[in-house]
Design a protein around this ligand. Structure first.
Ligand code: NAG
Ligand code: NAG
Ligand code: NAG
Length: 440
């Protein structure tokens, strides 16, 4: 009896083991050292997302659970945060401004978001973000008012511009006196300010304001989900940046661009001449040079992302050399190809940027070629939502390996390893301040 019941199990085990052995012996030597990842040749190589991770970033408990330090009954005055630049740069400044307002025990007036001058008299912030939701979500973290009290509503705030302040300074020391004197000030936060010296209640307000209080307006959210529905699934959202102004600003030279691109870059140069010779090489190896669309396609292939992957191109107008990408990855869509011209014409730049943001925090995977404000915000929101397929391509790795003369398969192999290591450690999406590292 016992013998009969055991034998099938044993033989299944034996068969399985010998099959495994055969598979191991017969599988061709992988061109890649990471054979455990690449040996699955029947199914095709596994892509980067299939690699087992050991750490990831999640929002820290200390702010998610809400900080319970009571707000003072009397506020020290009113602060308006004035934000300039692209949507995600403005949002970053708003985040800081919320922290500062709490630090100074001020009430927050709705922020001012810059919109193109030709656009009608809109508030900027309310065009993009849901005001009532913001007010409601900030409850207990910092006081937000939609309307100023009558006695100060009629005048412009006293302007305190911190954006050019260098090094570390103390907002309590340098801004609070203005607030107490004028009762209503507007600030643009400093870029370099360290938040790690804030008391916990101010940090919690910043985190809540930045990651848990901003939701797109109902109208934009509707457009965003319409757009999302139109994208073939599953899909990767790619934030590819290669516009004339940012390439000119980078001071990098690119051999092999089309005459039209070269001309556009020259036209966008203000004062910065491109580096040459050894300086150019060192600069590039420090990861200072934007990846071209062609280089981006190469790296995605190195990460075994199939060339028939559905890709949403989260990019503005003016992207150069896009054929270098679309000749390899052929299933590419963008908002212009999916929304009507009428829809797009009724939106200003921030609203269009908000759509790319919306798609990117809802995509199956997200890849960025440049670690800019949008990428930081999207990486953070994806982490907030538990979406881990987020990757920032390494310009530095690409530059270093190519300068060593690596090409083709060899280059792919080392690029795979560099990006895989980042992904495994959760380093690529390392997030500051409001996020904590969790071991998996
Ligand atoms: C702000 O309020 C907190 C309590 O919420 C208090 O501990 C802190 O001293 C106040 N700071 C200023 C600058 O008023
Ligand atoms: C977006 O799609 C439109 C329409 O297909 C195309 O003309 C345009 O070049 C695309 N933009 C980018 C940046 O690829
Ligand atoms: C601004 O004007 C455009 C064109 O007239 C219009 O479509 C849009 O709805 C207006 N936006 C706001 C926020 O009023």
């Amino acid at each position: 009896m016992i013998v009969f019941s055991v034998r099938p199990v044993v033989s299944i085990l034996l068969v399985t083991l010998s099959l495994l052995l055969v598979v191991l012996l017969l599988s061709p030597p992988s061109p890649f050292s990471e054979s455990s990842v690449f040996s699955n040749s029947a199914v095709g190589k596994l892509d980067i997302w299939s690699v087992r991770r050991i750490a990831e970033w999640r929002p820290c408990k200390w702010w998610l659970q809400g900080d319970q330090t009571a707000l003072l009954a009397e506020s020290n005055g009113y602060i308006r945060v004035d934000c300039y630049g692209g949507l995600n740069q403005m949002r970053r400044d708003l985040c800081d401004g919320v922290g500062i307002a709490r630090l100074l025990n001020a009430s927050l007036v709705l922020p001012k978001f810059e919109v193109a001058a030709y656009w009608n008299d809109s508030s900027g912030f309310a065009d993009v973000f849901d005001v009532d939701y913001f007010v409601q979500q900030m409850d207990g973290f910092v006081k937000v008012v939609k309307e100023l009290p009558a006695e100060i509503a009629s005048r412009e705030p006293f302007r305190v511009d911190c954006s050019k302040r260098k090094g570390h300074f103390d907002y309590i020391e340098s801004v609070l006196p203005y607030l107490l004197k004028h009762h209503y000030i507007s600030i643009t936060p400093a870029m370099s300010q360290r938040r790690d010296r804030y008391p916990l209640y101010a940090k919690a307000a910043l985190c809540q304001g930045c990651y848990n209080a901003l939701r797109l307006t109902r109208a934009l959210e509707k457009k965003g989900s319409e757009l999302l529905r139109a994208i073939p699934k599953p899909f990767l959202s790619l934030h590819l940046r290669f516009e004339p102004d940012m390439v000119a600003y980078s001071q990098c030279e690119y051999p092999g661009l089309s005459p039209a691109s070269m001309e556009a870059i020259e036209a966008a140069r203000v004062d910065r001449k491109p580096w040459t010779g050894e300086t150019a090489r060192v600069w590039r190896n420090r990861g200072k040079c934007p990846l071209t669309p062609k280089e981006t396609a190469f790296i995605l292939q190195a990460l075994s992302i199939p060339t028939d992957t559905n890709i949403y191109l989260a990019a503005g107008d003016g992207l150069m050399e896009i054929e270098g990408f679309t000749s390899v990855y052929t299933n590419v869509v963008n908002k212009s190809s999916l929304l009507s011209a009428k829809d797009l014409a009724s939106m200003h730049g921030n609203m269009k940027a908000a759509l790319d943001y919306y798609v990117s925090i809802n995509s199956d995977s997200y890849v960025a070629t440049y670690f800019g404000n949008m990428d930081k915000m999207v990486a953070a929101m994806r982490a907030f939502k538990g979406l881990y397929k987020t990757l920032l391509l390494s310009r530095r790795a690409f530059a270093e390996f190519t300068s060593q003369g690596l090409k083709g398969k060899e280059l792919m192999k080392v690029l795979w390893k560099a990006h895989k290591d980042e992904f495994v450690m959760g380093r690529g999406s390392a997030l500051p301040d409001c996020f904590c590292e969790f071991k998996l």
